[in-house]
Design a protein around this ligand. Structure first.
Ligand code: ADP
Length: 453
């Protein structure tokens, strides 16, 4: 109205866009244009113009605007990424291409060939690390990473990290020490197991990378409402003024001896994001030439389900167990099958075995009273996840726990998506296996438990 009036008073053309509500309830965009109209005598007699429905055009414009903004934002991120990454990617690529070229030369000795191949392998591995870090940080930045809270046995996580890094640490002539301050029964915490693992792994990896001698010690302590983890090394140390900056993306300490320490400066940024997602804090203390200690906290959330802990205690304290589950073990590797059979023996009234996905499906069809399936994922021909999907078509009741040897972030989601109730990564930790069985077959186990008392 205001525009109309103003144009009218000044005898000016007008042009405006507005929305009208259509009888259908839908809003339509209108383009309304008019110019003053005069008769032959030059007297103003009104306006002539038109109204156009420009809804479609408007929608397209808005779409374009949105995607333009999005593109600009991701352009900005991309530029930052590329600038920083270029060097780190070129270096191993240089190694791979350069030594592949050298390999082509005739008359190389076997030793030389072996040496070149080793360099190519090493450069490839370095490249893979960088790619993994880039993928993780991109996922974090685009908000694609979800927190997946489950009950996690902290001591077995520590053990796992310990076993994982021990050989590497010893190869470098260092010593790895773990310290668990809370006894076994009390360390089931509700947290994101895979993120916790990634954080610990990143810190221990750095401790190895930036140490030349001495020991690396890691573990945790229980403080009020949280667990405080630490990873302590006797490495090169970090200057005080850099202690905060190193947690930022792409930031690295200036070190002259860069040759030995590769990396893109993403590890700590990833660790920091994960710690914050879990509701904790991360920081470091360090002295040049003496060593560094990295700390982080996570809330000590035991969750409502304390029965788990009680149940674990009773397993420890009593000889007899609730052996009333019908269990199917699907595993093609004989040694793994042996191990897992031993692991579930105390729960099994009957244990069936299958070596392939097809066999597993067949056995399930013929035994609709199976309570629990322990499904290996790396099966030949029909993979474990496919087998689970097929079993789920006719049996939604049975509890399925997947086991994978990958131990990757995302394994769990994949397993759940395929229809598993939970997942374990190999090497299978017996107490974790027990916790999961209790968690998912709890009712059965508990009922018989009471009857045994
Ligand atoms: P990257 O190790 O790939 O460079 P990080 O984000 O893991 O990236 O670490 C950032 C920087 O922090 C490293 O470049 C290094 O300078 C420093 N740093 C991290 N951990 C340690 C450590 N344990 N001892 C000494 N310096 C460290």
């Amino acid at each position: 109205i205001h525009i109309y009036n103003e144009a009218f008073e000044n005898r000016k053309p007008f042009s405006m866009e507005y929305r009208l509500r259509h009888v259908s309830g839908e809003y339509r965009w209108i383009l309304d244009k008019g110019i003053p109209n005069y008769n032959i005598g030059g007297d103003f007699i009104g306006y002539i113009g038109h109204c156009l429905d420009i809804t479609e055009q408007k929608n397209i414009e808005q779409e374009i605007k949105k995607s333009k903004e999005k593109a600009e934002e991701s352009d900005r991120l991309k530029t930052a990424f590329l600038a920083n990454m270029s060097h780190e990617i070129r270096t191993p690529m240089n190694g791979i291409l350069g030594f592949a070229e050298l390999l082509k030369e005739p008359n190389l000795s076997g030793e030389e060939q072996f040496e070149y191949i080793k360099i190519i392998e090493k450069s490839g591995a370095r490249m893979l690390n960088i790619i993994n870090d880039i993928i993780d940080i991109s996922k974090i930045e685009s908000g694609l990473i979800k927190v997946n809270i489950n009950e996690s046995n902290i001591n077995s996580q520590i053990d796992y990290v310990y076993k994982f890094f021990k050989p590497e640490v010893e190869r470098k002539g260092l010593k790895l020490i773990r310290s668990n301050s809370v006894p076994d029964e009390e360390i089931i915490v509700k947290t994101d197991r895979e993120k916790l693992f990634a954080i610990l792994t990143n810190l221990v990896k750095n401790a190895i990378k930036y140490s030349e001698h001495g020991s690396i010690e890691f573990g945790y302590e229980k403080k009020d409402q949280y667990l405080e983890f630490f990873v302590k090394d006797c490495g090169i140390g970090i200057r005080k003024e850099r202690l905060n900056a190193i947690f930022e993306r792409f930031v690295q300490e200036d070190i002259s001896d860069l040759k030995a320490r590769q990396g893109v400066g993403l590890g700590l940024a990833i660790a920091k994001s994960y710690v914050e997602m879990l509701g904790g804090k991360i920081w470091a203390e360090s002295e040049i030439g003496i060593g560094s200690t990295f700390y982080f906290t996570i809330p000590f959330d035991k969750g409502e389900d304390n029965q788990l802990i009680h149940w674990k205690r009773s397993i420890k304290n009593q000889k007899g167990h609730a052996a009333n589950l019908k269990i199917l073990i699907v595993e093609d590797d004989e040694i793994s099958e042996h191990l897992i059979t031993k692991g579930v023996k105390i729960f099994g009234k009957e244990i069936l075995k299958a070596q392939t996905g097809d066999q597993a499906i067949e056995i399930c069809r013929n035994n609709n009273d199976i309570d629990l399936i322990l499904m290996d994922i790396q099966l030949p021909i029909l993979g474990g996840y496919d087998a689970v999907r097929k079993i789920r078509m006719f049996n939604n009741e049975v509890v399925i726990i997947a086991q994978t040897a990958y131990g990757l972030v995302g394994d769990r989601e994949k397993a759940i998506k395929a229809g598993c109730n939970d997942y374990l990564s190999k090497p299978i930790d017996r107490s974790e296996l027990h916790s999961l069985i209790k968690k998912h077959c709890g009712k059965k186990v508990r009922v018989s438990h009471r009857s045994m008392n």
